[in-house]
Design a protein. Structure first.
Length: 158
């Protein structure tokens, strides 16, 4: 009668079976193909993980000052209307329009960015009679976002 051979004793097997801490993960003995799959998941890829969002950009241009002031009173001979933003403005789409209460546009349609201060835009105006005026602005901020809005001022008889 032939007896089956006894299983060989593995003294070196104990460390392979023991859990090991690697890269902050508890790892047991696994086949090489599983290791390759695990490492592929941990390796940096071309795209960020799904929990990482795009960077927050807060560069939209914000109006910080106007002349005449918002809801202010101006003389009829102001000559121009100005707006200052908190950051430089791109040439494309920079616009200012001054509109009378009647709906008539009273500016000279010559809005321009100040070359010495790219955050300053002005437009010439014809002599203004008493009444309320609305200034509409539009600008392309440095981050590529189009911002627009309006403010009012009043011309009172002198």
């Amino acid at each position: 009668m032939i007896l089956p051979a006894a299983a060989p004793r593995r003294t070196a097997a104990a460390p392979r079976r023991a859990a090991t801490l690697l890269l902050g993960l508890a790892v047991c003995v696994v086949p090489p193909s599983a290791w390759a799959q695990t490492l592929a998941l941990l390796a940096p890829s071309q795209s960020p993980p799904p929990w990482v969002g795009p960077p927050v950009v807060r560069a939209h241009a914000i109006v910080v000052r106007t002349s005449p002031a918002q809801d202010g009173v101006a003389p009829g001979n102001i000559g121009k209307v100005d707006v200052w933003y908190d950051a430089g403005i791109r040439d494309a789409f920079a616009a200012l329009a001054v509109i009378a209460a009647s709906g008539e546009r009273v500016d000279k349609r010559d809005a321009a960015i100040d070359r010495a201060d790219p955050a300053h835009v002005s437009v010439g105006v014809n002599p203004l009679g008493p009444g309320k005026y609305t200034v509409r602005y539009r600008a392309l901020s440095a981050d590529g976002h189009l911002v627009s809005g309006a403010w009012e001022f009043e011309v009172r008889p002198q």
